[in-house]
Design a protein around this ligand. Structure first.
Ligand SMILES: Nc1ncnc2c1ncn2[C@@H]1O[C@H](COP(=O)(O)OP(=O)(O)OP(=O)(O)O)[C@@H](O)[C@H]1O
Length: 252
């Protein structure tokens, strides 16, 4: 089943299209990595797809009423502001809001979703801590857990592993890959090309707002594209542990 369909999605900032006629679809089982240099349009694409930015073209999510959209897709934005000193467990339970009548108590299925999200993100021992008293990387994991607790068919996450230590980055991508294997869909923007190649089923490469390439990771991440789009001299290796994209230098 298709979980997200974009057709000619375009976002203009003034005269300039920063997302330019992008079409793509994402189905159950897909873990799609959205990659591209700084300013390529990744955040703008995701926010427009969710209907959070004015755009032309179509997004299957943008037209949904807010509650239906919150049941269809969870969104973890790049900004990780936690304003109030809520307990971690309470903050993660906010992910259940689309599923509960306003003001109601957590039902057993809500508690189960919160417990599962905390466990997946390795946060069981953090559940009673104040979220504002956590480190930046710990806060990021809590916000990912909140999105997981939403238990939506589609998870969209904007650079969710930025600021996480290497083990937490890998563990998070493993969670996303597992979600896809369980039949959900994931759209995740990433700057770490090795993680993108290893854990995503498909990559979408944006360059200056346009879809520059899409397909299996090793077909997208060719040395030529890394040079043209990322200005990188990079080695692309197949190892026993999976692909390895090793940047060697910057091309002028
Ligand atoms: N509010 C805004 N007003 C004008 N231009 C903007 C605005 N927000 C973003 N842009 C521009 O739109 C383009 C795409 O930005 P976007 O944040 O989508 O890129 P990105 O691929 O997510 O980058 P990064 O990897 O740095 O997070 C950039 O050129 C950026 O300067």
């Amino acid at each position: 089943m298709t979980l997200l369909s974009l057709q000619n999605l375009t976002v203009r900032r003034g005269e300039c299209p920063v997302v330019d006629a992008v079409s793509l679809s994402l189905a159950e089982g897909d873990c799609v990595g959205l990659i591209g240099p700084n300013g390529a349009g990744k955040t703008t694409l995701m926010r427009a797809a969710l209907g959070l930015l004015p755009h032309s073209g179509q997004s299957s999510l943008a037209t949904l009423p807010a509650t239906a959209r919150a049941k269809a897709a969870a969104w973890m934005p790049q900004a990780r502001d936690i304003a109030w000193p809520l307990e971690v467990e309470t903050l993660v339970a906010l992910g259940r809001l689309p599923h509960r009548p306003t003001g109601s108590r957590l039902r057993p299925e809500d508690r189960a979703a919160v417990d599962s999200a905390l466990t997946r993100m390795g946060l069981d021992s953090f559940r009673s801590r104040s979220a504002t008293a956590l480190s930046g990387g710990e806060q990021a994991r809590v916000l990912i857990a909140r999105a997981l607790a939403q238990e939506t068919p589609l998870l969209m996450a904007d650079e969710p592993v930025a600021g996480l230590d290497p083990a937490a980055q890998i563990a998070t991508l493993q969670v996303f890959r597992d979600l896809a294997r369980e039949g959900r869909g994931v759209l995740v923007s990433l700057h770490d090309l090795t993680l993108a190649a290893r854990y995503c089923t498909r990559l979408v490469l944006l360059h200056r707002g346009r879809l520059a390439a899409e397909g299996p990771p090793m077909e997208v991440l060719t040395p030529d594209r890394l040079a043209q789009v990322f200005h990188l001299n990079a080695q692309v290796l197949e190892t026993d542990h999976g692909p390895l994209i090793q940047p060697l230098g910057v091309l002028s």
